[in-house]
Write a protein that binds this ligand. Sequence first.
Ligand code: ZN
Ligand code: MN
Length: 145
Amino acid sequence: MVRDRRGFIRRTKQREVILSVLQSTDTHPSADWIYEEVRQVLPNISLGTIYRNLRILVDSGEAMELRFGSGASRFDGNPKNHYHFVCLNCDRIYDLELSLQEKLEEQVSEKAGHRVLDHRLEFYGICDVCQSKKNTIDEPRHHDS
Ligand code: ZN
Ligand code: MN
């Protein structure tokens, strides 16, 4: 991580573009998706540069990396702690605003005496969009020969 003389993390033009692409969507994109979008603005950028800058943004607390199962990491331009619902059918990731966040941490402190700095909670299921197309989930796919 490059810091200037006053100790601030130097923001490159590339990193500015990557962060603004990430903040422009609520789809929690993969690095590949971000790469395709950033290339519209910076055609010569490499996927390696995307990965390196995403790492810096995550490490500096400006973005979040979401790891669900064995799939590719997804990224979130909102670094504030919030919850997610992952659809097992379409892979969409939805933001959840829940009021129990602080209460959960309080319970860990009160019941166990631990000091909580952070916590994660994920929900998995079938999203409302997929439920409305229920037939495509429950019926096995037919292969026409
Ligand atoms: Zn879905
Ligand atoms: Mn989110």
